[in-house]
Design a protein around this ligand. Structure first.
Ligand code: GLN
Length: 294
């Protein structure tokens, strides 16, 4: 009796093949990393488990499924949409194409809020925070977890985005302190807030045309399009927040690299007495404007 000889590829050679395929659309380091992330996702393994099993053979089904994931990525679909996960501020968030994928530079907003709350006395009843344009809820939930006394109102214009935020609130058990609302900027907020944080769409019309195919083809335009100069929504936001910000109070917004001066001017106009700062991200690009009213 003879047995068919199994000549299936092992994980190591599959990883190598996927890495070289992905290197046609991105740098070698990202290609390797993404090939690993997608393989771990497919096989439900941690990275350490994957490394312990590199010599193991694929089943035919696994190999086909992995090839399909790599093909989706070769079509520029972002890895976070394929795996439905994105890490932000050390937490794992559910994401889908109805929300922007949280970016590492947006952690600056969370860090700024936390350092500001460290420097100020917690008000009786805790901090009241509004996260405008919450998307997946990454900022709101990171803050709620780090500030257990805080209550957060998380607003988005998109109902589908709020469903994603709701799933993340439930995952982290903060649905009692993070209330979600579909609204236009701060119009639905009737109480004074101590902290308003916002990562609104700020990409200019010209920049939209030049976005990478990963972003342009897959991420929601509604979460990116900021009008001609990218500041359409921020112009309205800053004026509206002037009416609801407590003293002391903090407004922290994420901006595009070319918008620092324009955003500073908007902020100075609406908050003539406040301390206003422009902060670069870790790549040295202007990324955040903060308004602290004392
Ligand atoms: N940072 C995003 C980008 O790189 C833009 C996010 C936004 O518009 N708020 O495209």
């Amino acid at each position: 009796m003879s047995h068919a000889v199994e000549t299936r590829r092992n994980l190591k050679s599959a990883l190598q093949a996927a890495t070289s395929a992905l290197a046609t659309i991105e740098d070698a380091e990202s290609a390797r990393l993404e090939a690993e992330v997608l393989l771990c996702h497919e096989l439900r393994l941690t990275r350490a488990q994957l490394y312990a099993r590199l010599e193991a053979a694929f089943t035919e089904q696994q190999e086909q499924a992995y090839t399909m994931l790599i093909e989706r990525r070769l079509g520029h679909e972002p890895v976070a949409y394929i795996t439905r996960h994105k890490e932000f501020f050390g937490l794992d968030f559910y994401v889908n194409p109805r929300t922007l994928i949280p970016r590492p530079e947006t952690e600056l907003l969370v860090e700024k809020v936390l350092s500001w709350t460290d420097e100020h006395r917690t008000p009786p009843g805790g901090w009241r925070i509004a996260d405008i344009g919450t998307g997946s809820g990454a900022i709101a939930i990171s803050l709620a977890l780090r500030l257990p006394q805080a209550t957060v109102t998380a607003i988005d214009a998109s109902y589908e985005a709020l469903l994603v935020a709701r799933e993340n609130c439930e995952r982290y058990g903060v649905h009692g302190r993070v209330s979600l609302a579909q609204a236009d900027l701060v119009t639905s907020i009737s109480t004074v807030c101590h902290i308003v944080v916002a990562n609104l769409p700020y990409v200019t019309r010209t920049e939209l045309l030049a976005l990478s195919p990963d972003i342009r083809g897959y991420e929601p335009l509604m979460a990116l399009d900021g009008g001609d100069d990218g500041l359409d929504l921020y112009r309205r936001l800053v004026a509206e927040v002037a009416g609801i910000l407590a003293t002391p109070g903090l407004l922290a917004v994420e901006i595009g690299a070319s918008q620092g001066e324009a955003m500073l001017n908007l902020a100075r106009h609406a908050f003539p007495e406040a301390v206003i700062e422009l902060t670069p991200d870790y790549a040295g690009l202007d990324r955040m404007v903060t308004v602290s009213s004392e």
